[in-house]
Design a protein around this ligand. Structure first.
Ligand code: ATP
Ligand code: MG
Length: 417
Protein backbone atom coordinates (compact mmCIF):
# COMPACT_ATOMS: atom_id res chain seq x y z
CA UNK A 1 0.00 0.00 0.00
CA UNK A 2 2.76 2.40 1.13
CA UNK A 3 4.91 1.25 -1.77
CA UNK A 4 2.18 1.90 -4.37
CA UNK A 5 1.62 5.34 -2.88
CA UNK A 6 5.34 6.15 -3.32
CA UNK A 7 5.34 4.78 -6.86
CA UNK A 8 2.22 6.91 -7.54
CA UNK A 9 4.17 10.07 -6.61
CA UNK A 10 6.98 9.23 -9.08
CA UNK A 11 4.41 8.38 -11.68
CA UNK A 12 2.77 11.82 -11.48
CA UNK A 13 6.14 13.57 -11.59
CA UNK A 14 7.16 11.61 -14.69
CA UNK A 15 3.79 12.33 -16.33
CA UNK A 16 4.24 16.07 -15.64
CA UNK A 17 7.75 16.02 -17.15
CA UNK A 18 6.58 14.06 -20.20
CA UNK A 19 3.67 16.48 -20.65
CA UNK A 20 6.00 19.51 -20.35
CA UNK A 21 8.36 17.88 -22.88
CA UNK A 22 5.56 17.27 -25.39
CA UNK A 23 4.16 20.82 -25.03
CA UNK A 24 7.63 22.35 -25.37
CA UNK A 25 8.52 20.15 -28.34
CA UNK A 26 5.31 21.11 -30.16
CA UNK A 27 5.75 24.83 -29.48
CA UNK A 28 9.45 24.63 -30.48
CA UNK A 29 8.44 22.95 -33.72
CA UNK A 30 5.80 25.61 -34.43
CA UNK A 31 8.17 28.47 -33.60
CA UNK A 32 10.79 27.01 -35.93
CA UNK A 33 8.34 26.33 -38.76
CA UNK A 34 6.80 29.81 -38.49
CA UNK A 35 10.23 31.43 -38.49
CA UNK A 36 11.11 29.66 -41.75
CA UNK A 37 7.82 30.79 -43.23
CA UNK A 38 8.33 34.38 -41.99
CA UNK A 39 11.85 34.46 -43.49
CA UNK A 40 10.50 33.19 -46.82
CA UNK A 41 7.62 35.70 -46.80
CA UNK A 42 9.98 38.54 -46.08
CA UNK A 43 12.29 37.47 -48.95
CA UNK A 44 9.33 37.09 -51.26
CA UNK A 45 8.00 40.55 -50.44
CA UNK A 46 11.42 42.10 -50.85
CA UNK A 47 11.91 40.32 -54.20
CA UNK A 48 8.47 41.32 -55.49
CA UNK A 49 9.14 44.98 -54.57
CA UNK A 50 12.48 44.93 -56.39
CA UNK A 51 10.98 43.14 -59.41
CA UNK A 52 8.19 45.72 -59.82
CA UNK A 53 10.54 48.67 -59.59
CA UNK A 54 13.01 46.93 -61.91
CA UNK A 55 10.30 46.44 -64.52
CA UNK A 56 9.60 50.18 -64.44
CA UNK A 57 13.30 51.05 -64.60
CA UNK A 58 13.87 48.67 -67.52
CA UNK A 59 10.90 50.10 -69.44
CA UNK A 60 12.26 53.63 -68.94
CA UNK A 61 15.73 52.78 -70.20
CA UNK A 62 17.08 51.73 -73.56
CA UNK A 63 20.53 50.76 -72.30
CA UNK A 64 19.30 47.61 -70.60
CA UNK A 65 22.71 46.01 -70.39
CA UNK A 66 24.20 48.71 -68.19
CA UNK A 67 21.22 49.05 -65.94
CA UNK A 68 21.79 45.47 -64.70
CA UNK A 69 25.40 46.18 -63.87
CA UNK A 70 24.43 49.34 -62.01
CA UNK A 71 21.78 47.58 -60.00
CA UNK A 72 24.19 44.93 -58.81
CA UNK A 73 26.74 47.51 -57.63
CA UNK A 74 24.32 50.12 -56.26
CA UNK A 75 23.84 49.95 -52.51
CA UNK A 76 20.11 50.66 -52.89
CA UNK A 77 19.64 47.11 -54.22
CA UNK A 78 21.64 45.46 -51.53
CA UNK A 79 20.93 41.78 -51.02
CA UNK A 80 20.70 40.80 -54.71
CA UNK A 81 22.85 37.81 -55.68
CA UNK A 82 22.14 38.08 -59.42
CA UNK A 83 19.49 39.25 -61.89
CA UNK A 84 18.61 37.84 -65.26
CA UNK A 85 16.11 38.44 -68.02
CA UNK A 86 14.86 35.56 -70.18
CA UNK A 87 12.74 35.45 -73.31
CA UNK A 88 9.93 32.97 -73.95
CA UNK A 89 12.44 30.33 -75.09
CA UNK A 90 14.41 30.45 -71.83
CA UNK A 91 17.19 32.30 -73.62
CA UNK A 92 19.22 34.62 -71.40
CA UNK A 93 18.80 38.12 -72.79
CA UNK A 94 20.42 39.97 -69.94
CA UNK A 95 22.39 38.81 -66.91
CA UNK A 96 24.32 40.57 -64.21
CA UNK A 97 27.11 38.16 -65.11
CA UNK A 98 27.73 39.13 -68.75
CA UNK A 99 29.32 35.79 -69.61
CA UNK A 100 25.94 34.07 -69.32
CA UNK A 101 24.13 36.32 -71.81
CA UNK A 102 22.90 34.41 -74.88
CA UNK A 103 22.80 31.07 -73.11
CA UNK A 104 19.72 28.86 -73.09
CA UNK A 105 18.60 27.74 -69.65
CA UNK A 106 17.02 24.40 -68.81
CA UNK A 107 15.03 25.20 -65.69
CA UNK A 108 11.68 23.73 -64.79
CA UNK A 109 10.66 26.62 -62.58
CA UNK A 110 11.45 29.15 -65.26
CA UNK A 111 9.54 27.12 -67.85
CA UNK A 112 6.52 26.98 -65.59
CA UNK A 113 6.48 30.77 -65.16
CA UNK A 114 6.86 31.26 -68.94
CA UNK A 115 3.94 28.89 -69.56
CA UNK A 116 1.57 30.10 -66.84
CA UNK A 117 2.56 33.74 -66.50
CA UNK A 118 2.32 33.43 -62.70
CA UNK A 119 5.31 34.48 -60.53
CA UNK A 120 6.98 31.68 -58.63
CA UNK A 121 9.77 31.41 -56.09
CA UNK A 122 12.16 28.70 -54.92
CA UNK A 123 15.49 28.16 -53.20
CA UNK A 124 18.44 27.12 -55.36
CA UNK A 125 22.09 26.44 -54.63
CA UNK A 126 24.61 28.43 -56.65
CA UNK A 127 27.85 27.09 -58.06
CA UNK A 128 29.59 28.81 -55.11
CA UNK A 129 27.58 26.59 -52.78
CA UNK A 130 25.46 29.48 -51.53
CA UNK A 131 21.73 28.82 -51.15
CA UNK A 132 19.73 31.74 -52.58
CA UNK A 133 16.10 32.74 -52.85
CA UNK A 134 14.96 33.01 -56.48
CA UNK A 135 11.88 34.81 -57.77
CA UNK A 136 10.81 34.30 -61.39
CA UNK A 137 8.59 37.24 -62.29
CA UNK A 138 6.85 37.72 -65.67
CA UNK A 139 7.37 41.26 -67.04
CA UNK A 140 6.62 43.32 -70.14
CA UNK A 141 9.70 45.11 -71.40
CA UNK A 142 9.10 47.42 -74.39
CA UNK A 143 6.00 45.34 -75.26
CA UNK A 144 7.78 41.96 -75.21
CA UNK A 145 6.95 39.25 -72.71
CA UNK A 146 9.96 38.39 -70.59
CA UNK A 147 10.73 36.66 -67.28
CA UNK A 148 12.82 38.52 -64.75
CA UNK A 149 14.80 36.27 -62.44
CA UNK A 150 15.87 37.77 -59.17
CA UNK A 151 18.15 35.90 -56.79
CA UNK A 152 18.45 37.24 -53.23
CA UNK A 153 20.96 36.41 -50.54
CA UNK A 154 19.06 34.71 -47.74
CA UNK A 155 21.48 35.76 -45.04
CA UNK A 156 19.60 38.86 -43.73
CA UNK A 157 16.22 37.09 -43.63
CA UNK A 158 17.76 34.03 -42.03
CA UNK A 159 18.24 36.19 -38.91
CA UNK A 160 14.65 35.33 -37.96
CA UNK A 161 15.38 31.60 -38.32
CA UNK A 162 18.62 31.94 -36.38
CA UNK A 163 16.79 33.63 -33.55
CA UNK A 164 14.13 30.89 -33.58
CA UNK A 165 16.87 28.25 -33.53
CA UNK A 166 18.37 29.92 -30.46
CA UNK A 167 14.95 29.94 -28.87
CA UNK A 168 14.44 26.24 -29.62
CA UNK A 169 17.92 25.37 -28.26
CA UNK A 170 17.03 27.25 -25.07
CA UNK A 171 13.84 25.23 -24.77
CA UNK A 172 15.70 21.95 -25.38
CA UNK A 173 18.20 22.94 -22.70
CA UNK A 174 15.43 23.67 -20.18
CA UNK A 175 13.79 20.30 -20.95
CA UNK A 176 17.12 18.49 -20.59
CA UNK A 177 17.67 20.20 -17.22
CA UNK A 178 14.12 19.24 -16.21
CA UNK A 179 14.79 15.57 -17.04
CA UNK A 180 18.14 15.52 -15.25
CA UNK A 181 16.69 17.22 -12.14
CA UNK A 182 13.68 14.88 -12.33
CA UNK A 183 15.93 11.83 -12.62
CA UNK A 184 18.02 12.79 -9.61
CA UNK A 185 14.94 13.77 -7.65
CA UNK A 186 13.29 10.39 -8.29
CA UNK A 187 16.53 8.59 -7.44
CA UNK A 188 17.05 10.53 -4.23
CA UNK A 189 13.46 10.14 -3.07
CA UNK A 190 13.44 6.47 -3.99
CA UNK A 191 16.60 5.99 -1.94
CA UNK A 192 15.17 7.83 1.05
CA UNK A 193 11.87 5.93 0.77
CA UNK A 194 13.74 2.63 0.70
CA UNK A 195 15.75 3.67 3.71
CA UNK A 196 12.59 4.69 5.55
CA UNK A 197 10.91 1.40 4.70
CA UNK A 198 13.95 -0.60 5.78
CA UNK A 199 14.07 1.27 9.08
CA UNK A 200 10.36 0.72 9.66
CA UNK A 201 10.78 -2.96 8.86
CA UNK A 202 13.76 -3.26 11.19
CA UNK A 203 11.77 -1.62 13.98
CA UNK A 204 8.86 -3.97 13.35
CA UNK A 205 11.09 -7.03 13.44
CA UNK A 206 12.80 -5.79 16.60
CA UNK A 207 9.41 -5.41 18.29
CA UNK A 208 8.31 -8.87 17.11
CA UNK A 209 11.62 -10.34 18.26
CA UNK A 210 11.27 -8.78 21.69
CA UNK A 211 7.74 -10.09 22.07
CA UNK A 212 8.76 -13.49 20.80
CA UNK A 213 11.64 -13.75 23.24
CA UNK A 214 9.33 -12.95 26.19
CA UNK A 215 6.86 -15.56 24.96
CA UNK A 216 9.59 -18.14 24.42
CA UNK A 217 10.84 -17.64 27.99
CA UNK A 218 7.35 -18.07 29.35
CA UNK A 219 6.68 -21.19 27.27
CA UNK A 220 9.99 -22.92 27.94
CA UNK A 221 9.41 -23.91 31.56
CA UNK A 222 5.86 -25.32 31.34
CA UNK A 223 6.87 -27.03 28.12
CA UNK A 224 9.76 -28.76 29.88
CA UNK A 225 7.32 -30.03 32.49
CA UNK A 226 4.83 -31.29 29.86
CA UNK A 227 7.57 -33.12 27.99
CA UNK A 228 9.12 -34.50 31.17
CA UNK A 229 5.84 -35.82 32.54
CA UNK A 230 4.84 -37.32 29.20
CA UNK A 231 8.16 -39.18 29.11
CA UNK A 232 7.71 -40.27 32.71
CA UNK A 233 4.18 -41.57 31.99
CA UNK A 234 5.44 -43.42 28.94
CA UNK A 235 8.08 -45.20 31.01
CA UNK A 236 5.51 -46.09 33.68
CA UNK A 237 3.10 -47.46 31.08
CA UNK A 238 2.02 -51.10 31.46
CA UNK A 239 0.73 -53.41 28.74
CA UNK A 240 -3.01 -53.04 29.58
CA UNK A 241 -2.79 -49.26 29.06
CA UNK A 242 -0.69 -49.61 25.87
CA UNK A 243 -2.98 -47.63 23.56
CA UNK A 244 -2.18 -44.39 25.44
CA UNK A 245 1.55 -44.49 24.61
CA UNK A 246 0.96 -43.34 21.02
CA UNK A 247 -0.57 -40.14 22.35
CA UNK A 248 2.30 -39.72 24.77
CA UNK A 249 4.71 -40.08 21.86
CA UNK A 250 2.88 -37.28 20.07
CA UNK A 251 3.06 -35.09 23.19
CA UNK A 252 6.81 -35.69 23.45
CA UNK A 253 7.56 -35.08 19.76
CA UNK A 254 5.37 -31.96 19.53
CA UNK A 255 6.92 -30.65 22.77
CA UNK A 256 10.35 -31.15 21.19
CA UNK A 257 9.21 -29.19 18.15
CA UNK A 258 7.95 -26.36 20.35
CA UNK A 259 11.21 -26.46 22.29
CA UNK A 260 13.16 -26.10 19.05
CA UNK A 261 10.94 -23.18 18.10
CA UNK A 262 11.48 -21.42 21.42
CA UNK A 263 15.23 -21.96 21.04
CA UNK A 264 15.14 -20.48 17.55
CA UNK A 265 13.08 -17.55 18.78
CA UNK A 266 15.50 -16.86 21.60
CA UNK A 267 18.50 -17.22 19.32
CA UNK A 268 16.97 -14.77 16.88
CA UNK A 269 15.84 -12.28 19.51
CA UNK A 270 18.76 -12.39 21.92
CA UNK A 271 21.82 -10.18 21.35
CA UNK A 272 24.67 -12.36 20.01
CA UNK A 273 27.67 -12.93 22.25
CA UNK A 274 30.73 -13.86 20.23
CA UNK A 275 33.42 -16.15 21.68
CA UNK A 276 36.64 -16.51 19.74
CA UNK A 277 38.78 -19.63 19.48
CA UNK A 278 41.16 -21.34 17.08
CA UNK A 279 39.68 -24.27 15.20
CA UNK A 280 40.08 -26.28 12.02
CA UNK A 281 37.40 -25.62 9.40
CA UNK A 282 37.51 -29.17 8.04
CA UNK A 283 37.03 -30.66 11.54
CA UNK A 284 34.08 -28.37 12.18
CA UNK A 285 32.43 -29.15 8.84
CA UNK A 286 32.90 -32.90 9.35
CA UNK A 287 31.33 -32.63 12.78
CA UNK A 288 28.29 -30.81 11.38
CA UNK A 289 27.97 -33.27 8.48
CA UNK A 290 28.09 -36.21 10.87
CA UNK A 291 25.30 -34.77 12.97
CA UNK A 292 23.14 -34.15 9.90
CA UNK A 293 23.74 -37.32 7.89
CA UNK A 294 21.52 -39.47 10.09
CA UNK A 295 18.53 -37.36 9.00
CA UNK A 296 17.93 -38.48 5.48
CA UNK A 297 19.20 -40.30 2.51
CA UNK A 298 21.45 -37.57 1.20
CA UNK A 299 25.02 -37.65 0.00
CA UNK A 300 27.08 -34.85 1.53
CA UNK A 301 30.51 -34.36 -0.05
CA UNK A 302 33.14 -32.21 1.58
CA UNK A 303 36.01 -30.80 -0.47
CA UNK A 304 37.99 -28.72 1.97
CA UNK A 305 41.78 -28.53 2.27
CA UNK A 306 43.20 -29.84 5.46
CA UNK A 307 44.67 -27.37 7.88
CA UNK A 308 42.46 -24.36 7.22
CA UNK A 309 42.68 -22.93 10.68
CA UNK A 310 40.72 -19.87 11.63
CA UNK A 311 40.00 -17.79 14.68
CA UNK A 312 36.28 -17.27 15.04
CA UNK A 313 33.20 -18.43 16.95
CA UNK A 314 32.88 -22.14 16.15
CA UNK A 315 29.46 -22.54 17.81
CA UNK A 316 28.00 -19.78 15.63
CA UNK A 317 29.56 -21.16 12.46
CA UNK A 318 28.26 -24.63 13.34
CA UNK A 319 24.75 -23.24 13.81
CA UNK A 320 24.99 -21.37 10.48
CA UNK A 321 26.06 -24.51 8.61
CA UNK A 322 23.44 -26.67 10.32
CA UNK A 323 20.61 -24.31 9.36
CA UNK A 324 21.78 -24.15 5.74
CA UNK A 325 22.25 -27.93 5.52
CA UNK A 326 18.85 -28.53 7.09
CA UNK A 327 17.29 -26.35 4.40
CA UNK A 328 19.15 -28.24 1.67
CA UNK A 329 17.89 -31.53 3.09
CA UNK A 330 14.34 -30.12 3.31
CA UNK A 331 14.66 -29.11 -0.37
CA UNK A 332 14.92 -32.82 -1.26
CA UNK A 333 18.53 -32.61 -2.36
CA UNK A 334 20.30 -35.78 -3.41
CA UNK A 335 23.80 -34.37 -3.26
CA UNK A 336 25.10 -31.53 -1.14
CA UNK A 337 28.60 -30.27 -1.75
CA UNK A 338 30.58 -28.23 0.77
CA UNK A 339 33.71 -26.36 -0.29
CA UNK A 340 35.90 -23.97 1.66
CA UNK A 341 38.92 -21.97 0.67
CA UNK A 342 40.92 -18.88 1.53
CA UNK A 343 40.07 -15.60 -0.16
CA UNK A 344 42.70 -12.98 0.81
CA UNK A 345 42.28 -12.60 4.56
CA UNK A 346 38.92 -14.29 4.54
CA UNK A 347 37.52 -17.73 4.16
CA UNK A 348 34.73 -18.57 1.75
CA UNK A 349 32.44 -21.53 2.39
CA UNK A 350 30.21 -22.67 -0.47
CA UNK A 351 27.31 -25.02 0.17
CA UNK A 352 25.67 -26.22 -3.07
CA UNK A 353 22.64 -28.44 -3.31
CA UNK A 354 20.66 -29.98 -6.16
CA UNK A 355 17.32 -29.52 -4.44
CA UNK A 356 14.16 -27.73 -5.57
CA UNK A 357 15.82 -24.30 -5.72
CA UNK A 358 14.05 -21.01 -5.05
CA UNK A 359 11.86 -18.75 -7.11
CA UNK A 360 12.86 -15.08 -7.29
CA UNK A 361 10.27 -14.14 -4.68
CA UNK A 362 11.49 -16.78 -2.22
CA UNK A 363 15.12 -15.79 -2.80
CA UNK A 364 14.36 -12.13 -2.10
CA UNK A 365 12.52 -12.94 1.13
CA UNK A 366 14.50 -15.93 2.38
CA UNK A 367 16.44 -13.99 5.04
CA UNK A 368 13.38 -12.26 6.44
CA UNK A 369 12.30 -13.63 9.82
CA UNK A 370 9.16 -15.75 9.76
CA UNK A 371 9.28 -16.15 5.99
CA UNK A 372 8.73 -19.80 5.17
CA UNK A 373 7.26 -21.96 2.41
CA UNK A 374 7.11 -25.03 4.63
CA UNK A 375 4.02 -26.14 6.53
CA UNK A 376 6.01 -26.85 9.68
CA UNK A 377 8.72 -24.23 9.17
CA UNK A 378 9.17 -21.19 11.40
CA UNK A 379 11.02 -19.10 8.87
CA UNK A 380 13.72 -18.31 11.40
CA UNK A 381 16.49 -20.56 10.04
CA UNK A 382 17.99 -18.14 7.52
CA UNK A 383 17.20 -15.07 9.64
CA UNK A 384 19.42 -16.66 12.30
CA UNK A 385 22.06 -17.50 9.65
CA UNK A 386 22.08 -13.85 8.57
CA UNK A 387 22.28 -12.57 12.14
CA UNK A 388 25.04 -14.96 13.22
CA UNK A 389 27.11 -14.42 10.05
CA UNK A 390 27.00 -10.66 10.61
CA UNK A 391 27.91 -11.20 14.27
CA UNK A 392 31.12 -12.99 13.26
CA UNK A 393 31.96 -10.23 10.77
CA UNK A 394 30.88 -12.08 7.64
CA UNK A 395 28.43 -11.97 4.78
CA UNK A 396 26.09 -14.51 3.30
CA UNK A 397 24.57 -14.61 -0.16
CA UNK A 398 22.28 -16.92 -2.11
CA UNK A 399 22.41 -18.02 -5.71
CA UNK A 400 19.46 -20.17 -6.56
CA UNK A 401 17.52 -21.30 -9.57
CA UNK A 402 14.08 -22.77 -9.37
CA UNK A 403 14.13 -26.56 -9.93
CA UNK A 404 17.92 -26.56 -10.29
CA UNK A 405 19.48 -26.02 -6.92
CA UNK A 406 20.91 -23.52 -4.51
CA UNK A 407 24.34 -22.24 -3.55
CA UNK A 408 24.98 -20.46 -0.27
CA UNK A 409 28.21 -18.49 -0.04
CA UNK A 410 29.47 -17.50 3.37
CA UNK A 411 32.50 -15.25 3.62
CA UNK A 412 33.94 -14.70 7.09
CA UNK A 413 37.19 -13.18 8.30
CA UNK A 414 40.04 -15.59 9.02
CA UNK A 415 40.78 -13.82 12.27
CA UNK A 416 37.79 -12.30 13.98
CA UNK A 417 40.05 -10.28 16.28
N1 ATP B 1 18.50 -24.84 0.01
C1 ATP B 1 17.28 -24.40 -0.24
N2 ATP B 1 16.59 -24.83 -1.32
C2 ATP B 1 15.35 -24.37 -1.58
N3 ATP B 1 14.70 -23.46 -0.83
C3 ATP B 1 15.33 -23.01 0.26
C4 ATP B 1 16.64 -23.45 0.62
N4 ATP B 1 16.99 -22.78 1.74
C5 ATP B 1 15.96 -21.98 2.07
N5 ATP B 1 14.95 -22.12 1.21
C6 ATP B 1 13.66 -21.40 1.22
O1 ATP B 1 13.77 -20.31 2.10
C7 ATP B 1 12.72 -20.35 3.07
C8 ATP B 1 13.21 -19.77 4.38
O2 ATP B 1 14.18 -20.63 4.95
P1 ATP B 1 14.39 -20.62 6.52
O3 ATP B 1 15.47 -21.57 6.85
O4 ATP B 1 14.57 -19.22 6.98
O5 ATP B 1 13.00 -21.09 7.08
P2 ATP B 1 12.37 -22.55 7.02
O6 ATP B 1 13.41 -23.55 6.64
O7 ATP B 1 11.16 -22.48 6.18
O8 ATP B 1 11.95 -22.76 8.50
P3 ATP B 1 12.92 -23.13 9.73
O9 ATP B 1 14.30 -23.19 9.21
O10 ATP B 1 12.74 -22.04 10.70
O11 ATP B 1 12.41 -24.42 10.20
C9 ATP B 1 12.32 -21.79 3.14
O12 ATP B 1 10.99 -21.93 3.56
C10 ATP B 1 12.53 -22.26 1.70
O13 ATP B 1 11.42 -21.95 0.92
MG1 MG C 1 15.28 -23.64 7.58
Amino acid sequence: MHDTHIRGNYFYLIIVIIFATIVTAISAFLIYRNSIKAAEDSLNLQALGIAVSLETSLNNSYDLKNIFKEIITESKWEGIAFIALYDKNSMTILHSNEKLIGKQVQDRNLKKVIDTGIPSHAYITLGTGERVFVLDFPVHIHNSERVLRLALHTYPAQGIVRQARLHVSGMAFIIAVLWIVGYFFVRASRYSDELRMKMAERERFAAIGEMASVLAHEIRNPLGSIKGFAQYLKEQNTDDRRQGTDFLDIIVSESKRLEALTEDLLMYAKPVEVKCEDFDVLDLINEVVKSMQSHKNVDITVSVHEGIKIKSDSTKLKQILMNILQNAIDAESKVIDIKADFMNNKIAILISDDGCGMSREVRENAFKPFFTTKTKGTGLGLAIVDKLTKAIGGEVEIKSEHQKGTVFKIVIPKNLI
